[in-house]
Ligand binder design. Structure first.
Ligand SMILES: *[C@@H]1O[C@H](CO)[C@@H](O)[C@H](O)[C@H]1NC(C)=O
Ligand SMILES: *[C@@H]1O[C@H](CO)[C@@H](O)[C@H](O)[C@H]1NC(C)=O
Length: 178
Protein backbone atom coordinates (compact mmCIF):
# COMPACT_ATOMS: atom_id res chain seq x y z
CA UNK A 1 0.00 0.00 0.00
CA UNK A 2 2.78 2.42 0.93
CA UNK A 3 5.12 1.73 -2.00
CA UNK A 4 3.71 0.09 -5.10
CA UNK A 5 7.01 -1.25 -6.45
CA UNK A 6 8.90 -2.05 -3.25
CA UNK A 7 9.15 -5.52 -1.81
CA UNK A 8 7.13 -6.33 1.27
CA UNK A 9 9.42 -6.40 4.33
CA UNK A 10 9.22 -9.89 5.78
CA UNK A 11 7.51 -11.28 2.64
CA UNK A 12 3.88 -11.36 1.62
CA UNK A 13 3.22 -14.92 2.77
CA UNK A 14 3.70 -14.01 6.42
CA UNK A 15 1.56 -10.89 6.16
CA UNK A 16 -0.87 -11.78 3.36
CA UNK A 17 -0.76 -8.06 2.64
CA UNK A 18 -1.41 -8.19 -1.09
CA UNK A 19 -4.64 -10.13 -0.73
CA UNK A 20 -6.03 -7.54 1.65
CA UNK A 21 -4.36 -4.54 0.11
CA UNK A 22 -7.42 -2.38 -0.37
CA UNK A 23 -10.04 -4.20 1.67
CA UNK A 24 -8.23 -3.71 4.95
CA UNK A 25 -6.75 -0.34 4.24
CA UNK A 26 -8.98 1.74 6.49
CA UNK A 27 -8.85 -0.68 9.38
CA UNK A 28 -6.91 0.09 12.49
CA UNK A 29 -3.55 -1.69 12.46
CA UNK A 30 -2.33 -3.49 15.54
CA UNK A 31 1.32 -2.49 15.78
CA UNK A 32 3.26 -2.00 12.58
CA UNK A 33 1.45 -1.55 9.23
CA UNK A 34 1.97 -4.52 6.91
CA UNK A 35 5.16 -4.70 4.81
CA UNK A 36 6.81 -1.80 6.63
CA UNK A 37 10.09 -2.38 8.42
CA UNK A 38 10.41 0.23 11.14
CA UNK A 39 13.16 -1.47 13.14
CA UNK A 40 15.79 1.14 12.30
CA UNK A 41 13.55 4.10 13.20
CA UNK A 42 12.38 2.45 16.43
CA UNK A 43 15.93 1.68 17.51
CA UNK A 44 17.21 5.14 16.65
CA UNK A 45 14.35 7.25 18.01
CA UNK A 46 14.39 5.34 21.30
CA UNK A 47 18.07 5.80 21.91
CA UNK A 48 18.75 7.79 25.07
CA UNK A 49 21.01 10.31 23.35
CA UNK A 50 18.51 10.88 20.50
CA UNK A 51 15.60 11.41 22.90
CA UNK A 52 17.75 13.82 24.88
CA UNK A 53 18.73 15.75 21.74
CA UNK A 54 15.05 15.99 20.78
CA UNK A 55 14.14 17.19 24.31
CA UNK A 56 11.78 14.28 24.94
CA UNK A 57 11.05 14.04 28.69
CA UNK A 58 11.82 10.67 30.33
CA UNK A 59 8.21 10.34 31.52
CA UNK A 60 6.98 9.89 27.92
CA UNK A 61 6.66 6.37 26.47
CA UNK A 62 8.96 4.98 23.77
CA UNK A 63 8.45 6.12 20.16
CA UNK A 64 6.46 3.76 17.97
CA UNK A 65 5.55 3.94 14.28
CA UNK A 66 1.83 3.51 15.01
CA UNK A 67 0.66 3.98 18.57
CA UNK A 68 -2.26 1.73 19.52
CA UNK A 69 -2.90 3.97 22.53
CA UNK A 70 -3.24 7.03 20.33
CA UNK A 71 -5.00 5.18 17.51
CA UNK A 72 -7.69 3.66 19.71
CA UNK A 73 -8.60 7.03 21.21
CA UNK A 74 -8.25 9.16 18.12
CA UNK A 75 -11.30 10.82 16.66
CA UNK A 76 -11.21 12.76 13.43
CA UNK A 77 -11.32 16.46 14.30
CA UNK A 78 -10.88 18.01 10.87
CA UNK A 79 -12.61 16.78 7.73
CA UNK A 80 -10.30 19.00 5.71
CA UNK A 81 -7.26 21.16 6.40
CA UNK A 82 -8.31 23.73 3.79
CA UNK A 83 -9.14 26.46 6.32
CA UNK A 84 -5.83 25.94 8.11
CA UNK A 85 -3.83 26.25 4.90
CA UNK A 86 -5.75 29.35 3.83
CA UNK A 87 -5.17 30.95 7.20
CA UNK A 88 -1.43 30.21 7.22
CA UNK A 89 -0.99 31.35 3.61
CA UNK A 90 -2.83 34.57 4.39
CA UNK A 91 -0.24 35.18 7.13
CA UNK A 92 2.50 35.02 4.48
CA UNK A 93 3.88 31.59 5.46
CA UNK A 94 5.36 29.32 2.80
CA UNK A 95 4.27 25.71 2.41
CA UNK A 96 5.40 22.58 0.61
CA UNK A 97 3.03 19.64 0.01
CA UNK A 98 4.88 16.61 -1.29
CA UNK A 99 4.06 13.02 -2.14
CA UNK A 100 5.95 9.97 -3.27
CA UNK A 101 4.26 9.12 -6.55
CA UNK A 102 4.07 5.37 -5.83
CA UNK A 103 2.29 5.83 -2.50
CA UNK A 104 -1.25 4.48 -2.61
CA UNK A 105 -2.07 5.29 1.01
CA UNK A 106 -1.78 9.04 0.36
CA UNK A 107 -2.03 9.17 -3.42
CA UNK A 108 -0.44 12.27 -4.94
CA UNK A 109 -3.55 13.18 -6.93
CA UNK A 110 -5.49 13.90 -3.76
CA UNK A 111 -2.87 16.36 -2.58
CA UNK A 112 -2.50 17.88 -6.05
CA UNK A 113 -6.24 18.54 -6.22
CA UNK A 114 -6.17 19.88 -2.66
CA UNK A 115 -3.42 22.42 -3.43
CA UNK A 116 -5.03 23.40 -6.76
CA UNK A 117 -8.32 24.06 -4.97
CA UNK A 118 -6.81 26.45 -2.42
CA UNK A 119 -7.41 29.26 -4.90
CA UNK A 120 -3.78 30.40 -5.06
CA UNK A 121 -2.65 31.64 -8.44
CA UNK A 122 -0.20 29.33 -10.25
CA UNK A 123 3.20 31.02 -10.48
CA UNK A 124 5.01 28.26 -12.41
CA UNK A 125 4.08 25.54 -14.88
CA UNK A 126 3.70 21.96 -13.72
CA UNK A 127 7.27 20.93 -14.45
CA UNK A 128 10.00 18.42 -13.66
CA UNK A 129 12.65 18.97 -11.02
CA UNK A 130 16.10 17.47 -11.33
CA UNK A 131 18.27 15.50 -8.92
CA UNK A 132 21.59 13.99 -10.00
CA UNK A 133 20.90 14.73 -13.68
CA UNK A 134 17.61 12.83 -13.64
CA UNK A 135 13.98 13.82 -13.31
CA UNK A 136 13.24 13.48 -9.61
CA UNK A 137 9.53 14.27 -9.85
CA UNK A 138 7.26 17.14 -10.82
CA UNK A 139 6.18 20.32 -9.10
CA UNK A 140 4.14 23.45 -9.45
CA UNK A 141 4.21 26.59 -7.38
CA UNK A 142 1.13 28.57 -6.47
CA UNK A 143 2.49 31.72 -4.85
CA UNK A 144 3.80 30.59 -1.47
CA UNK A 145 2.62 27.00 -1.68
CA UNK A 146 4.27 24.29 -3.75
CA UNK A 147 2.89 20.93 -4.74
CA UNK A 148 5.66 18.41 -5.51
CA UNK A 149 5.98 14.72 -6.32
CA UNK A 150 8.99 12.50 -5.71
CA UNK A 151 9.45 10.01 -8.51
CA UNK A 152 9.41 6.37 -7.53
CA UNK A 153 9.15 7.03 -3.80
CA UNK A 154 6.36 5.67 -1.66
CA UNK A 155 4.80 7.00 1.53
CA UNK A 156 8.07 7.27 3.49
CA UNK A 157 9.68 9.71 1.07
CA UNK A 158 12.89 10.59 2.98
CA UNK A 159 13.44 6.93 3.90
CA UNK A 160 13.11 5.65 0.35
CA UNK A 161 14.47 8.63 -1.63
CA UNK A 162 16.98 10.26 0.76
CA UNK A 163 19.02 12.18 -1.84
CA UNK A 164 16.11 13.82 -3.66
CA UNK A 165 14.41 14.45 -0.29
CA UNK A 166 17.39 16.33 1.09
CA UNK A 167 17.54 18.51 -2.03
CA UNK A 168 13.78 19.11 -1.84
CA UNK A 169 13.96 20.16 1.82
CA UNK A 170 17.03 22.34 1.29
CA UNK A 171 15.36 24.08 -1.66
CA UNK A 172 12.22 24.66 0.35
CA UNK A 173 14.03 25.95 3.44
CA UNK A 174 16.25 28.29 1.44
CA UNK A 175 13.36 29.33 -0.84
CA UNK A 176 15.28 28.38 -3.98
CA UNK A 177 13.98 26.65 -7.12
CA UNK A 178 13.64 22.84 -6.85
C1 LIG B 1 14.32 -4.71 9.15
O1 LIG B 1 15.34 -3.74 9.32
C2 LIG B 1 16.40 -4.18 10.15
C3 LIG B 1 17.29 -2.97 10.44
O2 LIG B 1 17.56 -2.22 9.29
C4 LIG B 1 17.11 -5.34 9.49
O3 LIG B 1 18.18 -5.77 10.29
C5 LIG B 1 16.12 -6.46 9.28
O4 LIG B 1 16.72 -7.50 8.56
C6 LIG B 1 14.87 -5.99 8.53
N1 LIG B 1 13.85 -7.04 8.56
C7 LIG B 1 13.13 -7.36 7.48
C8 LIG B 1 12.11 -8.42 7.67
O5 LIG B 1 13.27 -6.79 6.41
C1 LIG C 1 4.15 35.13 0.12
O1 LIG C 1 4.66 35.44 1.40
C2 LIG C 1 5.30 36.68 1.48
C3 LIG C 1 5.86 36.83 2.87
O2 LIG C 1 6.58 35.69 3.25
C4 LIG C 1 4.32 37.78 1.17
O3 LIG C 1 4.97 39.02 1.16
C5 LIG C 1 3.68 37.54 -0.20
O4 LIG C 1 2.66 38.46 -0.41
C6 LIG C 1 3.11 36.13 -0.29
N1 LIG C 1 2.66 35.88 -1.64
C7 LIG C 1 1.43 35.50 -1.93
C8 LIG C 1 1.13 35.28 -3.37
O5 LIG C 1 0.59 35.29 -1.06
Amino acid sequence: TYALYLDCAGGVTSQRAMMHLFRNFRKHWEGVPPCINSTAQINWLNRGDVRKALHIPDVLPPWDICSDVVGSQYHTIYETMKDVYEKLLALGLRALVYNGDTDMACNFLGDQWFVEQLGQKASTQYQPWIYDNQIAGFYQQFGNITFLTVKGAGHMVPQWAPGPSLQMLQSFLSNKPY
